[in-house]
Design a binder for this molecule. Structure first.
Ligand SMILES: Cc1ncc(COP(=O)(O)O)c(C=O)c1O
Length: 384
């Protein structure tokens, strides 16, 4: 049996190697402190789990959900966007429920590009943008994001040819892996460019709620003309420590949402109604949980960053996301460094090159393990 040609277009998956290395260390009976995965160790609020339990026994919730998400859920998302981010959208026409943002991103690419089209993607960046582009037959054009520009793209450096063929541009702030936060000017430029060249900006805001800064990271939808050329992906995975629930939403340009909705009608059957209903409750009643969560990540960041700096890493300072992006102390390959780290200390971190060519020379540490384990990791690493 031969799988599709399409699969052979996928770039090599570096994280599979890391998984194998972790398994090998565990097989020696060692405990791996895993700072390589963005999956929160913290639990969702108890009241949210209780709300889901209540919803599970409600009559009718076990039937097929609506494809787009219930009107109540979409209106709650619109209210959330307005109150938290100053972004005005129509819940019925400009919001779609997603089975997590990963699903929405993959299907948006499928709904918007044809073979040969270009997708502008940040490098380093969330690998999904390139993988889904490859599966849809498109070409990814890398936009380097480097420390010189605070990890924001240099739009002026994008070649005219790539702009001409571009159908989509991905931005992601607060950023995975760099933890950088966008400026409004960055979004303004992206929208102006998108309008000029007729492409759609897809802003992945999966970490927008994870910030301990004095001002909230901006939403692209808070710009007055954003809906002409942009959509924004929001996730409940990190906000409510509910990665396994698989719920997110996308809001913005209604034409793009129609294309995505069309793909989804043919590919999936929506999000479990009980989960949508419980998350309406979270948006309406549990906003207060977010500040507590962010202060836990902030204190973990502060102490682990200090330890890394003591070891000679150059840490990019941020108060958003739950990642630390650190430049390696000496010129060395990030894969080799992470392999050595894992073998000698049983601490797993992600090599920067796993996020694309321009991530080389860096390592990403995820703050999603208990504080004691972070301290243990720092002690082990100091002996490296
Ligand atoms: C940048 C980014 N976007 C999207 C996702 C996917 O999140 P979700 O759980 O909503 O599918 C992740 C997950 O880690 C991510 O890092």
């Amino acid at each position: 049996m031969k799988p599709s040609e399409r699969l052979s277009k996928l770039p090599p998956y570096l994280f599979a190697d890391l998984d194998r290395q972790k398994a090998a260390v565990r097989s020696l009976g060692k405990k791996v402190i895993d700072l390589s995965i963005g999956d929160p160790d913290l639990e969702p609020p108890v009241a949210l789990v209780d709300a889901l339990k209540t919803e599970l026994s409600r009559k009718g919730v076990h039937r097929y959900p609506s494809y787009a998400g219930s009107v109540e859920f979409r209106n709650a998302c619109a209210k959330w966007l307005l109150s938290r981010h100053g972004a005005k959208v129509d819940g019925e026409k400009e919001v779609l429920a997603l089975i997590g943002t990963k699903e929405g991103i993959g299907h948006m690419i499928l709904g918007m590009i044809d073979p040969g089209d270009v997708v502008l993607v940040p490098s380093p960046g969330y690998p999904m943008y390139i993988q889904a582009t490859a599966l849809a037959g498109g070409t990814a054009h890398l936009m380097p994001v480097t420390k010189e520009t605070n990890f924001l793209p240099e739009f002026d450096a994008i070649p005219k040819g790539a702009l001409k063929k571009a159908k989509l541009m991905f931005l992601n702030y607060p950023n995975n892996p760099t933890s950088a936060v966008a400026t409004r000017e960055c979004f303004e430029k992206a929208i102006a460019l998108a309008k000029e060249h007729g492409f759609l900006v897809c802003h992945d805001a999966a970490y927008i709620e994870i910030s301990s800064g004095t001002t909230r990271p901006p939403s692209i939808l808070s710009l007055p003309d954003a809906k002409d050329a942009a959509v924004e992906f929001h996730s409940f995975s990190k906000t409510f420590c509910a990665c396994g629930w698989r719920l997110g939403f996308v809001a913005g340009n209604s034409e793009a949402l129609r294309a995505l909705g069309h793909i989804k009608e043919n590919m999936d059957s929506g999000v479990f109604t009980a989960i949508q209903r419980a998350m309406i409750y979270a948006m309406e009643e549990l906003e207060g949980h977010i500040a507590g969560l962010c202060s836990i990540y902030a204190s973990r960041r502060q102490s682990f960053s200090k330890n890394l700096e003591r070891m000679g890493f150059r840490v990019f300072h941020s108060d958003a996301s739950f990642y630390i992006w650190a430049e390696l102390p000496e010129k060395q390959g990030s894969i080799e460094f992470c392999k050595k780290l894992l073998e000698r200390t049983a601490v797993a971190a992600t090599p920067g090159i796993g996020f694309g060519r321009y991530g080389e020379g860096y390592v990403r540490f995820s703050l999603t393990v208990p504080t004691e384990e972070l301290e243990e990791a720092a002690t082990m690493m100091a002996k490296l």
